[in-house]
Design a protein around this ligand. Structure first.
Ligand code: UDP
Length: 324
């Protein structure tokens, strides 16, 4: 079974490629390398191209016969989406529309989409399950929700089967040290914490100490990258036997504050981690924690990296010896 991985040179996509190949699938990565790394594509063929390039996409689907498509290519920085929304609607919405068009032309009917907790906006309940209203509060979240809505219409009109997986906070790295998180600029908490220990960032900043949480800092649900990727494998199998357009929330169901993450990182690394308390970062909800009961029940998903320590240990391994 040959699978197209759009964005296979990126953080999540590259871990996905590794898992699929280990399971015996053939994979092709399509990536414009705008944020991904050529060195991250260690298995299968890399086709360098852009989803906004319809000709390149058409050529890709002519050459290969895909059983399914997994789509990880996206712009994903909330702040940037506010200042430059065009980039987000072009890449995330138009790019995906182009991909779906070529899938239809080629008769490819199974689609796994990387969606996000940002489609929910401000939480109105402690744990966010699939029934939570989707009212995104920034262009990034809106661009992802637009695709989720397109997928509902594509199922109704064309019978395209899809699963949208809404990630909470993807974290950690390949436990074998072959892959990890490498963004430029790096904006995410865990890499920034670890990079600050290594002297790779100017100083760790904690954005906001006055949130209505136990210690005043934001609470997030950190989920290991391999657990996320396992959910994609389960979703791929699910589509073999289930019609429809589905959405599942993926998280651990445990929330950790920024200060708890820093404390856990001190324990894992044995290093002091100084930080400065800074103003809030625009667009950050105080608490985002998933209820993933549906994914566990429907997909048979069983996350393995339950503790923050496990996640940090794999991330620390990578950050000390990054390969790209
Ligand atoms: N954060 C922080 N310092 C950093 C990066 C992030 O205090 O250097 C905070 C951020 O404000 C949020 C949490 O850590 O409350 C997680 O942020 P991240 O960017 O990792 O993920 P997000 O929740 O925005 O997807």
């Amino acid at each position: 079974m040959k699978i197209l991985i759009c964005g296979g040179a990126g953080y999540i996509g590259s871990h996905m490629v590794k898992l699929l190949v280990a399971r015996g699938n053939e994979v092709i990565t399509f990536d414009n390398l705008s944020t991904g790394h050529r060195e991250a594509v260690r298995w299968g063929e890399l086709v360098v191209g852009d989803l906004l390039d319809r000709k390149a996409l058409a050529a890709l689907f002519k050459v290969h016969e895909f059983a399914a498509v997994m789509h990880f290519s996206a712009k994903s920085l909330v702040g940037e989406s506010v200042t430059d929304p065009e980039k987000y609607y072009e890449n995330n919405v138009i790019g995906t529309a182009n991909l779906l068009k070529e899938m239809r032309n080629a008769g490819v009917n199974h689609f796994i989409f990387s969606s996000t907790a940002a489609t929910f906006g401000m939480p109105v309940q402690a744990r966010i399950d699939e029934s939570h209203p989707q009212v995104p509060i920034n262009p990034y979240g809106r661009s992802k929700l637009m695709v989720e809505m397109m997928l509902q219409d594509y199922f109704r009109a064309y019978g395209m089967r899809s699963v949208s997986l809404r990630y909470f906070n993807a974290a950690g790295a390949d436990p074998e040290g072959q892959l990890g998180e490498s963004h430029d600029p790096e904006t995410h908490l865990i890499p920034n914490v670890l990079r600050s220990i290594l002297g790779l960032t100017a100083g760790l900043k904690v954005f906001g100490g006055d949130y209505p949480t136990a210690d005043g800092t934001c609470v997030r649900d950190y989920i290991h990258i391999n657990d996320l990727c396992m959910a994609h494998l389960r979703a791929l199998d699910y589509l073999q036997f289930h019609d429809g357009c589905h959405g599942f929330n993926l998280g651990n169901g445990n929330g950790f504050s920024v200060l708890e993450v820093i404390q856990a990182a001190r324990e894992v690394t044995g290093c002091a981690i100084p930080y400065s308390m800074e103003p809030r970062r625009p667009g950050d909800p105080p608490v985002l924690v998933a209820d993933s009961t549906l994914a566990r029940r429907e997909l048979g998903w069983d996350p393995r990296y339950a503790s923050l320590q496990d996640i940090l240990t794999s991330a620390w391994g990578w950050h000390q010896h990054p390969l790209f």
